[in-house]
Design a protein around this ligand. Sequence first.
Ligand SMILES: [Zn+2]
Length: 292
Amino acid sequence: MTGFPAGPTGSGVPDRAGFLPGADGATPPAPGDLALPVAGRRVLTGPDGRFPGVGELPAVTDWVPVGTLDGKPAWAADLDEADAERLSGRWRSWPSLAAELPEPLATLAGRALGVVTWRRTHRWCGACRTELADVPGETARRCPGCDLYLPMRLSAAVLVAITRPGPAGRPDELLLVRHSYGPTELWALVAGFVEAGETLEAAVHREVGEEVGLALDRVAYFGSQPWAMSGPATLLTGFTATAADPSAEPVLDERELAQARWFPVDALPAELPPAYSISRWLIDATATAGRR
Ligand SMILES: [Zn+2]
């Protein structure tokens, strides 16, 4: 197969112009600034689905800067359940927001969730146990006791769409897997976290070797997506690749996977990852390219 889209342009990855992550809290929030209160892993939206203004939530005072949307500052706040119940509106999970909101609003909501989760889980110095202090203008904390500097860190993960040529006259085939935990009904891509000391490309080869025992050719970068489903901050990076041996069958790591199967790209299963995920963008782009 040839002719993959070269990257985000034309591959279905949305344009994120308009949202810039930031941490500028020098000026206090104005009533018209965007407000993203967070409770647990949920974000508040108004009944019409939009984010409220800071001035609509006078009871909330502990605002944290998360960036700007079309130049307008956006602020998050970490609320406990009792305070959250007093605010009217809809409390939404990130998957629900990402499924419904256009970009860049879902990315902004993911950033608010990430920053709040990171602050909640990084309160004390891991070296000397002193309470950490915010670093003005940065999404970072510093220890007043031992000067340890703790910027908010990203976890990087790779996803790989592996194809092989189909039988003569038939479209290419795509390898999809079912995990033995999590959403086990979904047919997904081989994926995993990047280890320290590893390039993204090395992680692709390692994860595919570990999970399905296949060697790869033509590993190519596809695009990336900030992912707010769990943890403070994950960056998903997508790759395409071809099986080095087109006759090789997957050998499963049964601790991780329940099934792995080659599907003709014109006969993919219905149980695919959601439309807002880079997994799905990769699968759709692979299916389009593999029919040519
Ligand atoms: Zn310390």
